[in-house]
Write a protein that binds this ligand. Structure first.
Ligand code: NAD
Length: 349
């Protein structure tokens, strides 16, 4: 079971697993919130080893029924409320899904597996988390797996809490868990409220490009398909009870990133250089905006041989090309039409 498989990262993980592991039955369990979009998986929806189940991870009966139906050997857990700005407006929604939903999954997986013939043997619960649990850095230093948690936003606090529960289930109940903490992802199928797709979409439509504060905040960026590969490697080969940081070794100030995007977009759209940058507008900073995240992903490289496959400029060009070639996808998401896809493709069956 892959939870949150209709979201941005989840859809890349589902695609990778469906296409790579024909002997696995991949069940995508997703509640289809505003962030879940089955159009992200059009290319694999008819694959023999893929199923979609509309299910809310906070609903114990629904998740139990899925365990009964499929007898899962493994869970890769990505379902979450994921947008920091939304967490500032409605923190309880984040507590509900990210904390209670995760504990619900842990509880059911433990009960189900403890009662199975093979007990915990050969089972795996992988939890996908964020580097934001570590808090904010100054100009120097990196987050390692030993960095103490220091979350600052309701989003990161809820993810930090879920991480602790996952490790508690390992220590207390011997649930075979493994966990990853990744930096900011970018790439195709990213909901256009997030920085990179938002900027691309606004540049195309000649709308202003809102940049928080002075744009000085620094983030590490990783191509989403590289994150999906990291999840694959950690899921299969990571040591049980361990956590692995995942990052791009690729730090950018927000404002520099927006300027780079403007330059790429001017070239792609055949506009004189500097045209898009004129759209940049500085807006009031996000409250409690963490200054810098930087992740040390050397453990993952050392133990499991993973490293990012793409240079940032190359990944960004690929991403821009995808958005320019998939105008319909953006149109459906921004108009809300994507939410009818489930009704049309699945609910009638
Ligand atoms: P997303 O918001 O694009 O997708 C989340 C998915 O979860 C959606 O399909 C949504 O419908 C589903 N969902 C939400 N609440 C649910 C519930 N109660 N029950 C079942 N499904 C539910 O998120 P994303 O960016 O793809 O992130 C996926 C995971 O990776 C999250 O756990 C996030 O914390 C983590 N992560 C994200 C990033 C990033 O840069 N986006 C970086 C590191 C870690």
């Amino acid at each position: 079971m892959i939870t949150g498989g209709a979201g941005f990262i989840g859809s890349h993980v589902v695609r990778l697993f469906v296409n790579t592991y024909s002997s696995y039955l991949v069940v995508n369990a997703d509640a289809l919130t505003y962030a879940g979009n089955l159009e992200n998986l059009k290319d694999v929806e008819k694959a023999a080893n893929y199923r979609f189940e509309k299910a809310d991870i906070t609903d114990a009966a629904a998740i139990e029924a899925l365990f009964e139906k499929y007898a899962f050997d493994a869970v890769i857990h990505l379902a979450a409320e994921s947008h920091v700005d939304r967490s500032i407006i409605d923190p309880l929604a984040f507590v509900k899904t990210n904390v209670l939903g995760t504990v619900n999954l842990l509880n059911i997986a433990r009960r189900y597996w403890a009662n199975s013939e093979t007990k915990m043997e050969g089972k795996r619960f992988m939890h996908v988390s964020t580097d934001e649990v570590y808090g904010s850095l100054g100009e120097e230093g990196f987050f390692t797996e030993e960095t103490a948690y220091d979350p600052r936003s309701p989003y990161s606090a809820s993810k930090a809490s879920s991480d602790h529960f996952v490790m508690a289930w390992y220590h207390t109940y011997k649930l075979p868990v493994v966990m990853s903490n990744c930096s900011n992802n970018y790439g195709s199928y990213h909901f256009p409220e997030k920085l990179i797709p938002l900027m691309i979409n606004n540049i195309v439509n000649n709308k202003s490009l809102p940049v928080y504060g002075k744009g000085e905040n620094v983030r590490d960026w990783l191509f989403v398909e590289d994150h999906a590969r990291a999840i694959d490697v950690i899921f299969h080969n990571g040591r049980t009870g361990e956590k692995y940081n995942v990052g791009g070794f690729n730090e950018w100030k927000n404002i520099d990133l927006v300027h780079l995007l403007c330059k790429i977009m001017d070239a792609k759209l055949g506009r004189p250089e500097g045209t898009s940058a004129k759209l940049i507008t500085y807006v009031t900073d996000r409250p409690g905006h963490d200054m810098r995240y930087a992740i040390d992903a050397s453990k993952l490289n050392r133990e499991l041989g993973w490293k990012p496959s793409l240079q940032f400029e190359e990944g960004l060009e690929k991403t821009v090309d995808w958005y320019l070639q998939n105008g319909d996808w953006i149109k459906h998401v921004t108009s809300g039409d994507y939410q009818h896809y489930y009704q049309e493709q699945y609910a009638k069956r």
